[in-house]
Design a protein around this ligand. Structure first.
Ligand code: NDP
Length: 295
């Protein structure tokens, strides 16, 4: 199966590495060519000069870009995917994208006999490395069955969320919850530090109690208490995901004040901490506002 992978970022590069083997014939393209060249050296695959060049012979094209805006750009731009996508090809968008854009891309491609599936992932770089990502996809089951081996190469829990756009919708809400948990846990611990409680002791209790979450069990102990703050998932991307959830809520007339507030707070954090900050660094904003360090 000829696979083209577009976007070798923090997670895309790790996902693509699982496709650099039989039965796949992989070609990669990345905006910054040096990253694609390094990937090609390490994995003995071909680098394409442009997205169109990568796509020309592909049975499956995978995009993994920051947002649907970049997916549209790579699709419609000069030497873009659209110039080379052939009838029968499947475009799998693993970007955490937005549902309306995915639906409009699917409609446009459908008119040319090209199938589209939105298939965002979760589990972070650790699961991407081990090929055990959760994949939530939207689209037709018959199309998915044709490309199942590709998704199984990097995914472990693979869930059909519904029609095109449903994968994006679930992903946005999942990440909005991640953002809520990070901020809520940081605020709770900041109060406890002010009250003179050791945050490690507090986490020991919380993680054996009902206040626990992935943030309290993993992110804060491993990244905040240690002050390691590794950069694995940019805060800017998480802000984008909460934004997608907030717009979805608005479009559906849902009342979600907590999600709106979290979107605002992550917007503030992005402005303060910049484009390259990791999502867990949002805790630093809470620490600074409260004059405490959670360690
Ligand atoms: P990164 O920011 O690390 O990488 C983004 C990729 O997109 C890079 O290859 C970058 O190229 C490319 N790119 C950016 N802008 C453009 C553009 N205008 N045209 C063409 N290519 C472009 O992102 P991640 O790999 O972390 O994330 C990718 C997607 O996966 C996002 O939607 C994210 O929300 C999602 N995701 C990420 C997770 C993570 O843990 N990192 C976890 C789950 C989902 P260049 O190298 O030139 O900058």
């Amino acid at each position: 199966m000829k696979v083209a992978f577009i976007g070798l970022g923090d997670i895309g590069g790790l996902m693509a590495s699982h496709l650099a083997r039989d039965p796949f014939d992989l070609v990669v393209w990345n905006r910054t060519a040096s990253k694609a060249e390094e990937f090609a050296r390490n994995h003995k695959v071909r680098v394409a000069a442009t997205p169109a060049d990568a796509t020309r012979d592909a049975d499956v094209v995978i995009t993994c870009l920051p947002s649907s805006v970049e997916v549209e750009a790579v699709l419609h731009g000069e030497n873009g995917l659209l110039e080379a996508l052939r009838k029968g090809t499947v475009l799998i968008d693993c970007t955490s994208g937005d549902p309306p854009t995915s639906r409009s891309i699917a409609a446009e491609l459908g008119g040319r006999g090209v199938e589209f599936i939105d298939a965002p992932v979760s589990g972070g770089t650790t699961a991407a490395k081990s090929g055990t990502l959760t994949v939530m996809w939207g689209g037709e089951i018959t199309v998915f069955e044709r490309i199942r081996p590709v998704i199984e190469a990097f995914g472990k829990k693979i869930v059909h969320a519904g029609a095109v756009g449903a994968g994006d919708a679930v992903k946005a809400v999942n990440n909005a919850l991640l953002a809520v948990h990070i901020l809520a846990t940081a605020e709770g611990l900041a109060v406890l530090v002010k009250a003179g409680v050791d945050p490690k002791v507090a986490l020991d209790v919380i993680n054996a109690s009902s206040g626990r979450s992935n943030s309290s069990e993993n992110l804060i102990p491993q990244r905040v208490i240690t002050r390691a703050f590794p950069r694995t998932f940019r805060l800017a991307l998480l802000e984008k995901d909460i934004g997608i959830a907030a717009v979805m809520a608005e479009d559906l007339n849902a009342r979600t004040p907590l999600l709106s507030l979290t979107a605002e707070r992550f917007h503030e954090a992005r402005e303060k901490l910049g484009e390259q900050a990791d999502h867990v660094e949002a805790v630093k904003m809470v620490e600074e506002e409260n004059g405490v360090v959670i360690k």
